[in-house]
Design a protein around this ligand. Structure first.
Ligand code: SAH
Ligand code: SF4
Ligand code: F3S
Length: 474
């Protein structure tokens, strides 16, 4: 779901620069009079939403540009998950404002979770912002833009119980042409005490299963070979077919998407440990194209802290879930999200998190230190009492341990052969391909004539680092 390089430098930087302000591929930009520029921050849901926004804007006569100076409309799709994420956006807004001063008439819009959290206050705080649009209000963009063109600054941050944008075909931006996201649900009904998402994204709702299958089929036909089904808590996906009242749950949906084509790989994110069922595990086991990889955020390895976090599972319950996953799918990779230094966390409780990591043998983790978010239950009820330097120290330990666990696991892969989906040239050399195995590990290997991006091949692992595997074609 995010930058998969769990090093200290990458913490909090979940932004892939390649995904910023990318030109939309696959349609003729010349045909458009006006240009929009969009930068996306935060989770995959936001990147996926930007593709919906691009689709809505294309109908309004806006083509995309990756040059700020060329844009008639500058958009930033924002994240509120940690304070740092919001700080980054504020810094970007000062840059956009400079462009606007040089080129009067340029419109600036704030979309996404920060728009939802701050609402009209954003217009007061950021004098040069023209429109503020929440995640459920993108259909209103054309109206808001017309108003803004006439000098009327506008806000729409209404959250919806129904909106899933099911009928809007996303314009794939900055895509490698191999992997794509499909949003299957929106919002979140869990109330983890640290988390701002229920406030910024609203109530949970599931998208029409048939529109999901149709999107997967369409992507396959366009040459895509991997889809990631997205939601804050995919395991609680539940859609009732109005034709026959049949209830389609996440495991059913997984199988339906897997049947689109055996060469279409299926991934999903994120699973909540309390909701992932055996049926989901069986689907993974039984369908070769449903990848053997589960992102299963633990947050903390200590039951008391988990309770304060309102995660609704205990450490024992989590360990049991991990055990069950390895029982059903022995070669499954598991990754996690971890928060260090949550309110009142003791040194011993922090050690429990390290212990849980060793037990689960995560192939990777997204690791953060706790950042208090206004309005959340934790902000209202608990004191953010762990000093920053302790938070950072604990985070450093978690990152270091994850590096060791990843390296040990990757070294074990040496000598094994994996089916790899080629994603393109490796970062370092155009003589090498990079791709991923089912377990979501990156493998780099020398190219061979006749093979191309989007093809599957068998690669034997020759060496490994904590971040990737190096191999050769067999
Ligand atoms: N729905 C997903 C996570 C969405 S947010 C889930 O439940 O797993 C992604 C991650 O950001 C969370 O898993 C958590 O580890 C982290 N996070 C959320 N709020 C945070 C906060 N206030 N401070 C630090 N990290 C936070
Ligand atoms: Fe936030 Fe918890 Fe919902 Fe994830 S499950 S989005 S962490 S409230
Ligand atoms: Fe951020 Fe909103 Fe996603 S707060 S993590 S962009 S749901």
């Amino acid at each position: 779901m995010y930058d998969n390089n769990p090093t200290l430098e990458n913490i909090g930087k979940k932004i892939d620069p390649k995904l910023q302000g990318q030109v939309i591929e696959g349609f003729d930009n010349q045909a458009f009079e006006k240009r929009f520029y969009i930068e996306s921050y935060g989770c995959a849901m936001n990147f996926s939403d930007s593709e919906i926004v691009a689709s809505i804007l294309a109908k309004e006569g806006y083509g995309s540009t990756k040059e700020l100076e060329e844009a008639d409309l500058i958009l930033v799709n924002t994240c509120s998950i940690r304070e740092k994420a919001e700080d980054t956006v504020r810094r970007r807004l000062t840059v956009f404002n400079k462009v606007k001063k040089r080129k009067p008439g340029t419109l600036v819009g704030v979309l996404g979770c920060m728009a939802e959290r701050l609402k009209a206050k954003l217009l007061d705080e950021e004098k040069l912002v023209d429109i503020v649009v929440g995640p459920d209000a993108y259909r209103d963009l054309p109206t808001l833009l017309k108003g803004a063109e006439d000098g009327q600054r506008g806000v729409n941050v209404l959250l919806s119980r129904e909106e899933t944008y099911a009928d809007i075909s996303p314009l794939r931006m900055g895509s490698n042409g191999v992997s794509a996201f499909i949003s299957i649900m929106r919002g979140c009904d869990n109330m983890c005490s640290f988390c701002v998402v229920p406030f910024t994204r609203g109530r949970e709702r599931s998208r029409d299963s048939f529109s999901i299958i149709a999107e997967a089929q369409d992507l396959y036909d366009q040459g895509f070979r991997e889809v990631t089904l997205l939601g804050q808590n995919v395991d609680s996906y539940k859609w009732t077919n109005p034709a026959n009242d049949e209830i389609i749950k996440f495991a059913d949906l997984l199988v339906m998407v897997a049947r689109v084509h055996p060469d279409l790989r299926i991934r999903f994110s994120t699973s909540h440990p309390k909701d992932i069922t055996d049926d989901v595990l069986y689907a993974i086991r039984d369908y070769e194209n449903i990848c053997n990889y589960i992102h299963l955020p633990i947050q903390s390895g200590n039951t008391r802290v988990l309770e304060l976090m309102n995660r609704t599972y205990t450490r024992e319950w989590y360990d049991q879930k991990v055990k069950r996953i390895y029982e059903v799918i022995p070669d499954c990779a598991i990754s996690a999200d971890i928060i260090c230094g949550f309110c009142t966390e003791t040194e011993e409780e922090h050690q429990d998190t390290l212990d849980a990591m060793r037990n689960a043998k995560y192939t990777m983790s997204y690791m953060f230190y706790y950042s208090e978010r206004p309005g959340t239950m934790a902000a209202r009820k608990y004191e953010d009492d762990i000093p920053l330097e302790i938070k950072k120290k604990r985070l450093t330990e978690v990152v270091k341990l994850q590096g060791e666990i990843s390296l040990a696991a990757n070294l074990k892969d040496i000598g094994q052969t994996f089916k790899v989906l080629i994603e393109g040239d490796s970062k370092r050399s155009d003589k090498d391909f990079k791709g991923r195995n089912s377990q979501f590990k990156t493998i780099v290997f020398p190219k061979k004539e006749g093979l191309k991006k989007g093809d599957y091949c068998q690669v034997k692992v020759l060496s490994a680092t904590s971040g990737s595997l190096i191999g050769e074609l067999v």
